[in-house]
Write a protein that binds this ligand. Structure first.
Ligand code: UT7
Length: 327
């Protein structure tokens, strides 16, 4: 449960961007393919109404890749920050669905954005964006000036479209932020990274195969580890749930978000939710929900924002961010 030393060189978010494939798959579309499911069941049990996907049931990926979505989101974030590409010092890309085993997808993204800088991928499943944020703050503490942090997944490529237990849950997308060094402590007030490899059997995907999941067990553990991680970050930051203006949880299931918020004592009107429109986009879910809340003007200078994710591994990660930073 690390506290951020007062002497640390800080960072703030100065730009953000998102990208979703054009192709939309509704719950009714899924039922129409012959999957034994219904819009009513999916909405009631998960909160998901539709998702964006690049490919479907073996059809070619007509609408992008992990790299192309990352490039689109990253470009927006760099433009919003008012930067030229050459000013970026590193790309940290969280993905669990890289386009190839080697090289890292971040190398393709670097080339696509016309950058010349360090570039590497992180895989911590759905907690990956939050892991990447912590790593990027660490790079800035060690002297980097500007980091592009991206969370992208194309889970449609590793989804078994015949399995109603998983097919209704997942979608594709990307979200990116630019982190820039500032004088003083910056925005990161507390953070926590966790993993429990003994739980890996509940959600996994062998290379070249599709995801396998024990949904009930993942659900049960997800609530517990999200709450644990969020509490550790809040303790590290010296704040309580009452101080949190906005919680940006991993978008896996509306009931998981509600259960975690209830246990933390955070009302749902302080939660960022895009799950109904995106499904579970893994690494992209937290930056997509964060960007949505920022675009809607839900966060002001000085507000505390809790990012909290969980995922296969089973990993969990959280950060407390003070919007705009502090000296
Ligand atoms: O990033 C992390 C990724 N994973 C997760 O976050 C998953 C966490 N788990 C969940 O979100 C939930 O466990 C699910 C949404 C996967 C399942 O919801 P549930 O309320 O735990 O349902 P269940 O597995 O207990 O199934 C209840 C019933 C079963 O039928 P019977 O045995 O009661 O007759 C299932 O066969 O619902 C059936 N069912 C479905 N029915 C219609 C399961 N999936 C579907 C479906 N459509 N898609």
């Amino acid at each position: 449960m690390p506290s951020v030393p007062g002497s640390t060189r800080g960072a703030v978010i100065t730009g953000w961007g998102t990208a979703l494939p054009e192709r939309v798959l509704t719950n009714d579309d899924l039922r129409d393919t012959g999957l034994d499911t219904s819009d009513e069941w999916i909405v009631e049990r998960t909160g998901i109404r539709e998702r964006h996907i690049i490919g479907f049931r073996g059809a070619p990926d007509v609408d992008g890749s992990t790299a192309s979505l990352s490039i689109a989101a990253g470009r927006q974030a760099i433009e919003m920050a008012g930067l030229e590409p050459h000013q970026i010092d590193a790309i940290v890309l969280s993905t669990t669905t890289p386009d190839r085993a080697v090289p890292a997808t971040s190398a393709t993204v670097q080339q696509g954005l016309g950058l010349r800088c360090g570039a590497f991928d992180i895989n911590a499943a759905c907690s990956g964006f939050t892991y990447a944020m912590v790593v990027a703050h660490g790079l800035i503490a060690m002297g980097s000036e500007r980091i592009l942090v991206i969370g992208t997944d194309t889970l449609s490529r590793i989804t078994d479209w015949q399995d109603r237990n998983t097919a209704v849950l997942f979608g594709d997308g990307s979200g990116a932020v630019v982190l820039e060094a500032v004088e003083g402590r910056g925005q990161l007030r507390g953070w926590d990274l966790d993993a429990d490899g003994s739980a890996e059997e509940y959600l996994y995907c062998e290379t070249g195969d599709v995801m396998k999941m024990e949904g009930k067990e993942v659900f049960r553990r997800a609530v517990r580890i999200m709450v644990d991680s969020a509490e550790k970050s809040m303790k590290a930051a010296g704040v309580t749930a009452d101080d949190i203006k906005l919680v940006v949880p991993h978008q896996a299931n509306a009931r998981i978000i509600k259960a975690a918020c209830d246990r933390l004592g955070i009302d749902m009107d302080r939660a960022a939710v895009v799950l109904d429109r995106t499904g579970n986009t893994s690494s992209a879910s937290i930056p997509l929900a964060l960007a949505d809340a920022l675009d809607a003007g839900r966060v002001s200078e000085g507000d505390l924002v809790l990012l909290v994710g969980f995922g296969a591994g089973m990993t969990a990660a959280s950060t407390i961010i003070e919007w705009g930073g502090s000296s």
